[in-house]
Design a protein around this ligand. Structure first.
Ligand code: HEC
Ligand code: HEC
Ligand code: HEC
Ligand code: HEC
Ligand code: HEC
Ligand code: HEC
Length: 439
């Protein structure tokens, strides 16, 4: 392992043409699709064995309790957030930050990171409002904990979900849910040149496999699984749970610049290829809406998706109909094809909508981390309108209380990744209509 690390590090130094989405702080990347430098996460007092498989050999010295003590953070999730939280004052989306720092989340301020997975800061935004319903005042609420996967990271005040004891439709305990429940911190899962996944460290991961610019795997070199996601057999000892993953990581490719505001028709397209829903089902039961490799978008639904621009406007063309608020999976493991598709509107990539036969996935409606709406949906599924009278509904925009739902108009806009309201109709319905406008 250590020998492989040396190989990887020297490869990185001598391959200046590869660009690293790590940014200035880590010009050579950190995980690079595999196991990063131990001291980035483990305290320097930890002894790293000189030979053999570092992880297996170190297991004796790092029982899960001792292991916790030897992490740089208070717990695994906090260890990740030391690097993955945006520094104070960093309100613009940037690089690999997946959480806005607590001090930047006072009332009225919204999380600013806009990655495909979403900013965990939304877990801190609770909204309350009162509506008049059949002559009675009814309280409405959208508690922060409904807005995402409640990751445990005590040093950053992220606590377990108080109402879901386990994953809905599954047994994974909420009290143990953290970054390493989904991502393998040691980047053990790699994609081989035939598109299959392996944890065999004899075939080293030469780089991240997540990006449009990632290198291709070959017979001697693998690349990291999409976003270091874990696969078959994964059961982190620290999670203390009976859940053992039965599905491998999904196949997908993100554009190199993936954390950005989405101005009008400039959506960030992650090319989801296959197995995303199956992967979510490592912890969840299938959803009532069809999803997954076998949930094919019918010819009539693909036609609706492609012609739909906004409520009342169905003059769209397939070549520009992609919406990151309603993504889909193309149903392939063809890595080259996914690299071709990934991109940002107007800056490379392919913004086409689906062909019949492509897949509906969990991420068609949900984000993986967190977002502005209940049940981590990409748009507000609990209001009839997502744009009201040409403005994003807010307590300051003149929208009815039951549509504004306690947010300011600016907060609502952030939850739609800073698109202008005129990306939609003046009175815009929810986005189920992208495929069900006629139903
Ligand atoms: C990105 C952060 C990160 C890096 C880099 C990292 N580790 Fe870990 N490691 C963790 C976390 C977090 C745990 C706690 C287990 C968990 O949450 O699944 C852990 C647990 C362990 C354990 C306990 C057994 C286990 O697998 O749970 C060993 C042994 C270990 N790490 C060794 C290493 C060695 C050796 C290196 C460097 C070659 C390394 N780690 C690099 C984050 C990291
Ligand atoms: C020492 C800083 C540091 C720590 C600690 C750290 N990361 Fe990262 N992480 C980075 C940097 C830098 C990048 C972007 C470059 C890269 O991927 O190597 C990144 C990227 C990632 C990515 C995208 C990688 C890809 O190839 O698509 C994931 C997923 C991720 N980190 C998860 C984690 C998790 C989970 C932990 C905790 C177990 C963690 N990180 C701890 C610095 C860190
Ligand atoms: C429930 C599973 C799950 C948990 C928990 C989770 N992630 Fe992720 N993460 C994902 C998935 C799936 C993606 C890919 C999202 C996409 O492309 O739409 C992802 C993407 C990422 C990325 C790439 C940027 C992005 O948002 O797309 C980073 C960095 C990352 N995760 C870090 C973390 C860190 C740090 C934590 C803990 C604070 C964490 N993740 C917790 C599943 C999870
Ligand atoms: C490692 C297990 C695990 C994986 C994998 C996982 N989840 Fe979850 N999920 C949980 C747990 C535990 C909860 C309950 C705790 C919470 O809501 O924060 C949960 C809650 C949810 C909720 C309800 C959120 C709320 O508070 O209303 C949604 C929606 C969800 N997950 C979607 C997904 C999607 C989509 C994926 C795949 C991208 C996924 N999950 C992958 C464990 C997982
Ligand atoms: C067509 C859109 C759509 C798809 C596809 C979809 N969901 Fe959902 N999901 C929703 C909506 C809307 C809600 C909230 C209302 C509800 O409970 O029906 C929700 C709620 C949830 C909840 C919370 C339910 C609870 O009991 O608290 C979980 C968990 C969840 N979805 C997981 C998933 C997973 C996992 C997948 C993929 C296997 C998936 N969803 C696919 C739209 C979708
Ligand atoms: C990407 C396209 C797409 C989106 C977005 C979408 N659906 Fe569907 N929906 C389908 C397809 C395809 C089917 C199954 C085939 C059919 O009925 O034409 C379906 C079926 C259904 C069904 C019938 C259920 C069944 O088992 O036959 C309902 C109800 C439904 N969708 C509701 C919703 C709701 C509510 C939303 C928004 C939260 C939504 N859909 C978003 C494509 C979509």
């Amino acid at each position: 392992m250590i020998k492989h690390l040396t190989v990887i590090i020297s490869l990185l130094f001598f391959a200046p043409s590869v660009s690293f989405p790590g940014g200035e702080q880590f010009p050579n990347g950190f995980h690079n699709g595999g196991i990063g430098p131990c001291e980035g996460c483990h305290s320097k007092t930890q002894k790293v064995p000189e030979s053999g498989s570092a992880i297996t050999a170190a297991k004796d010295t790092l029982s899960s309790d001792a292991g916790r003590g030897m992490l740089n953070g208070q717990d695994p999730g906090s260890t990740c957030l030391i690097c993955h939280t945006a520094p104070k004052g960093q309100k613009q989306p940037s690089g690999y930050f997946v959480a806005t720092c607590n001090e930047d989340l006072a009332a009225g301020l919204s999380p600013g990171q806009m990655t495909p997975g979403g900013d965990f800061g939304w877990l801190r935004k609770s909204y309350h409002w009162a509506t008049l319903d059949a002559g009675k005042i009814k309280d409405g609420e959208s508690p922060g904990e409904r807005h995402g996967h409640n990751i445990v990271a005590s040093q950053f005040s992220y606590n377990p979900d108080s109402s879901n004891v386990t994953a809905p439709g599954g047994v994974f305990p909420s009290g143990k849910l953290t970054c390493t429940s989904c991502h393998d911190p040691h980047g053990g899962y790699r994609m081989l040149s035939d598109g299959s996944f392996s944890t065999n460290s004899a075939i080293p991961a030469i780089a991240s496999g997540s990006y449009k610019s990632s290198p291709l795997p070959d017979t001697a070199h693998a690349i990291g699984s999409y976003r270091l996601l874990a696969g078959k057999g994964y059961s982190p000892s620290i999670s203390d749970s009976s859940v053992v993953f039965t599905s491998d990581p999904p196949t997908a490719v993100a554009p190199d610049k993936y954390n950005r505001a989405e101005s009008k028709h400039r959506d960030t397209r992650v090319a989801y290829g296959s197995d995303m829903s199956e992967w979510c089902q490592n912890c969840h039961k299938p959803h009532k809406h069809p999803t997954g490799n076998a949930a094919k978008i019918t010819p009539s639904k693909s036609k609706e998706y492609n012609s739909y621009i906004a409520s009342g406007d169905i003059s769209g063309l397939r070549s520009s109909s992609y919406s990151s608020l309603v993504p889909f999976e193309v149903g392939t493991k063809d890595y080259m094809e996914l690299k071709r598709l990934a991109g940002n509107g107007g800056e490379g990539g392919d913004m086409s909508g689906p062909l019949a036969g492509e897949n509906i996935i969990c991420l068609t409606c949900h984000r993986a981390h967190a977002g502005g709406w209940d049940s981590i949906t990409r748009w507000n599924t609990k209001a009839d309108l997502i744009v009201y009278d040409g403005k994003f509904p807010g307590i300051d925009s003149g929208a009815p209380t039951y549509i504004a739902q306690g947010r300011t108009s600016a907060e609502t806009r952030k939850a739609y990744y800073d698109r202008p309201a005129d990306s939609f109709a003046v009175f815009q319905r929810g986005l189920c209509s992208k495929c069900h406008a006629k139903d």
